[in-house]
Write a protein that binds this ligand. Structure first.
Ligand code: ADP
Length: 493
């Protein structure tokens, strides 16, 4: 059985701020189902420790970064899938009120370099003879900047029989940059702070550590893998990625249909079989009543489940809202993010309470309810590494309206004469990311919504799509196998 350590800063359902958690919850479960001996490593946030039932101590890691207290590994299980989780228990760093990256006011924790430096250090250590556990991975799979220094530590320590390393970019816009003195603070050798190493425009970049020192790089859709090698999407890292393009592959994320299944969704007032239009309509009635929207079956309900920022194109939504409202559509939003956008949405909701409903914050329940009640999902993202909400929308019979970028471009087929006739249309997609193009896509969708027979065709093609994890998990397994076959991953059992 191949042994894989999967390191992530968030894992659903233990802790979640975005799509990374969904992937880190579902992919290991799919890997385990395919016969991989996988363990997930995650910071020991108190709510995660509790939800994972983490009580059994695997062992102590000591105090490698001189924080003043020892860190330890405690094991638990992912609820649902039962995948083993190792939590990095260090209350001084992880037991605090607020989010995993920021305090309650949205400010980054000032010691994030130490917090995720320790997470990276722990991931690397668990692959070496310094591990308190007997189990050693053949593959270390790191995710996003928070675990980016793990391959760098393995390089610094010159570990002879190290595992193969895979680093997945879930979003290149977040890079984890810290002042140069952090290099020494995290116990990394000064010579690694160089252009061919950890340095990025005069700061230490955790992300670059992952990209430079890992054996293989992946990202979450084929289109995004190409995009990030260009200046428009590469956030300054495009040069390094182009250099490493032979080692970079895009593997599309999947949807966890155990969590996102309208037939058995515990959050819904009226669970329904995909394709049961009357069942879906009952959820629309319930949500309209709950949110104070006018009770109307004919008004198309446009939903948003998203972080509210410009990356997600939420400013475009605000610009296009007056037109959307003139079309007679309703809009329901659950999201949180930039305060100016939050205020903008609140203001429109206040002046149009029966047409626009906005709930600022994070609500798993409302996210599911909107997916079920909506006729269309709005995703005008300027960039979108993969995007997961479009998968959920498709399964719930809610038609995505999206910008053709990243994973959205890889998964959605625009509705036109041909695609409607051939039954392949599963969304309304626009090429140029501006308010006019977005508005036009919404207008096309709303016009087709009124033609019930044609709308049914699109919905039928949406619900028929299968974006389950098993196909993508098989591609990761092939990648792991290729590394082990190349002599990487000789870790001990
Ligand atoms: P990203 O990771 O960039 O935020 P994705 O589409 O990949 O975007 O994943 C977002 C995930 O977070 C989805 O599972 C979505 O349902 C969830 N989500 C985003 N905002 C909220 C919110 N305000 N309340 C509940 N779930 C949310």
């Amino acid at each position: 059985m191949m042994r894989v350590l999967f390191a992530s800063s968030e894992v659903f359902p233990l802790i979640k701020t975005g799509g990374l958690a969904d992937v880190a919850g579902a992919l290991p479960a799919a890997l385990a189902e395919a016969g991989i001996d996988v363990r997930v490593l995650l910071p020991g946030y108190p709510e995660a420790m509790q939800a994972a039932g983490a009580k059994r101590e695997v062992g102590s890691l000591g105090d490698p970064l001189a924080i003043g207290v020892d860190a330890r590994i405690v094991s638990g299980k992912l609820p649902g899938s039962g995948v083993p989780v190792w939590l990095l228990d260090c209350p001084a760093l992880f037991d605090r009120a607020g989010g995993p990256y920021q305090d309650a006011k949205g400010r980054d924790w000032p010691d994030n370099a130490l917090r995720f430096g320790l997470l990276s250090w722990a991931a690397a250590t668990l692959c070496t003879d310094g591990s308190p556990a007997k189990w050693r991975p053949q593959i270390l799979h790191c995710n996003d900047w928070q675990t980016g220094l793990a391959p760098a530590y393995l390089h610094a320590w010159e570990v002879l029989s190290r595992p193969g390393t895979v680093f997945t970019i879930h979003n290149i816009a977040y890079q984890g940059q810290f002042p140069p003195e952090t290099v020494a603070r995290l116990g990394l050798p000064p010579e690694m702070y160089a252009m061919d190493g950890l340095e990025y425009y005069d700061s230490l970049s955790f992300l670059k550590g992952g990209l430079f020192y890992s054996d293989r790089l992946t990202t979450v859709s084929p289109r995004y893998a190409k995009e990030i090698q260009t200046p428009a999407f590469g956030c300054g890292i495009e040069g390094l990625l182009a250099q490493r393009s032979a080692d970079l592959v895009g593997i599309l994320n999947g949807a966890d249909y155990g969590v996102w299944n309208p037939t058995s969704d515990p959050h819904l007032a009226h669970p329904y079989k995909p394709g049961d239009a009357a069942g879906k309509a009952r959820n629309k009635v319930a949500v309209q009543a709950e949110l104070g929207l006018a009770p109307s079956a004919d008004a198309p309900l446009l939903v948003i489940v998203s972080r509210l920022n410009d990356h997600k194109g939420m400013d475009l939504v605000l610009s296009a809202l007056p037109t959307i409202l003139r079309l007679g559509a309703q809009v329901a939003v659950v999201g949180a993010g930039d305060s100016s956008l939050e205020d903008g949405f609140r203001a429109v909701a206040a002046t149009h309470p029966t047409q626009v409903a906005v709930r600022i914050g994070y609500s798993e329940q409302l996210a599911h309810q909107l997916m079920a009640a909506g006729d269309m999902l709005l995703m005008p993202s300027r960039f979108e590494p993969c995007g997961l909400t479009q998968f959920y929308a498709l399964r719930y019979g809610t038609v995505p309206i999206a910008h053709a970028t990243g994973g959205l471009a890889d998964t959605l087929v625009d509705t036109g004469y041909d695609t409607l006739m051939t039954g392949t249309a599963n969304g309304f997609v626009f090429e140029h990311c501006n308010a006019g193009a977005f508005q036009w896509a919404v207008e096309r969708a709303v016009a087709l919504f009124a033609k019930k027979d044609q709308w049914r065709k699109i919905v039928t093609s949406c619900i028929g799509q299968d974006f389950g994890w098993s196909r993508s998990a098989a591609r990761y397994i092939d990648l792991y196998k290729s590394l082990v076959a190349n002599g990487k991953g000789r870790g001990k059992e």
